[in-house]
Design a protein around this ligand. Structure first.
Ligand SMILES: [Zn+2]
Length: 312
């Protein structure tokens, strides 16, 4: 019925004299909002990159799937949401060709350098050809810097091979696809500290490394009842994810309070959750895991999740 009401009012006339903004001011305000939106997006991306890079690097020794990383983040116009691409071109010089957005200070790369592969054409973001080139033991790569081609020394290091990306969304959410990790802009806002963000990234990394996406599909096929079967996997991602976070050097003490804050803004999740454990259970389980990790640290044991005893 509401839809009908809106439809009718769209055809009718308003009764009051409405203000008419000046066109120039309208354009200026639009530019201001676009710039602020782009600034917000890029600062979130920088933060997400910083936290996830540490987690992906520090857990490479226990991730089954790794790739080589040379400490740069490349970008093209397509790296940005459609409505921010113009701003990305204007403010960061993004083009259709992959170039360096950010480089670790330890490297000799500069923003706007264009990575070239052995045959010297520009490579696109995440190109497998470039990975192959690194696996062959390259100790330097060529970049186009302005009009020059420069050889830059590199020290590739192994990182867990899962791409991390930021998604524009009003939902406080993060998810894993089996190959990548996606965190929403609202989740970035909700995570008060880098520790909380590390908790989220660690959880999603665990979904990927433990093969949960594949297992959930299998369970669904076998039981025909998806919702309840995902709960143990969520609990396992919390458990393994906290280890990933601790191994990356993040402070785990008190990070479980994230789940109290989430329960407060989403009270339904305190009592009932179809696909996930309830928030009080997640908080207490993470606290128990933190105790387990601290105990291992005190005894000088390896920080690896406890496995179930395998049946003989
Ligand atoms: Zn999950």
């Amino acid at each position: 019925m509401m839809m009908v009401g809106l439809w009718i009012s769209a055809c009718a006339h308003v009764e009051t004299r409405l203000p008419v903004p000046d066109v120039d001011r309208l354009h200026r305000e639009a530019a201001t909002q676009e710039n602020l939106a782009f600034k917000r997006y890029t600062s979130m991306l920088t933060r997400l990159d910083r936290v996830s890079a540490i987690i992906l690097a520090k857990n490479a020794d226990i991730c089954a799937k790794t790739r080589l990383d040379i400490g740069v983040r490349t970008h093209t116009l397509k790296s940005y949401p459609k409505h921010l691409r113009e701003a990305a071109g204007r403010q960061l010089g993004a083009t259709k060709t992959a170039s360096i957005l950010r480089a670790n200070p330890q490297t000799a790369f500069l923003p706007a350098d264009i990575l070239l592969n052995e045959e010297r054409p520009a490579i696109s973001d995440g190109d497998k050809v470039f990975q192959k080139y690194l696996q062959d033991g390259a100790s330097s790569v060529f970049v186009r810097r302005g009009d020059e081609i420069i050889e830059v020394p590199i020290t590739p290091r192994a990182v867990c091979d899962y791409r991390v990306s930021l998604k524009f969304s009003g939902a406080v959410n993060a998810y894993a696809t089996g190959k990548s990790i996606i965190v929403t802009t609202s989740m970035m806002d909700f995570t008060d500290t880098d520790e909380e963000l590390a908790l989220v990234v660690g959880h999603e990394l665990a979904h990927n490394t433990m093969g949960h996406v594949r297992k959930i599909i299998q369970n669904t096929i076998l039981s025909g009842f998806a919702t309840r079967t995902t709960r143990p996997f969520e609990a396992e991602a919390d458990y393994v994810g906290l280890y990933y976070m601790a191994r990356a050097g993040y402070e785990i003490e008190g990070v479980e309070m994230f789940w109290q804050r989430l329960g407060v803004v989403n009270p339904k999740s305190i009592f009932r959750a179809k696909t996930h454990p309830i928030t009080p259970s997640r908080l207490l389980s993470i606290r128990l895991t933190a105790q387990e990790i601290n105990h291992k640290r005190e005894k000088g044991e390896d920080l690896v999740p406890n496995k179930l005893r395998q049946p003989k």
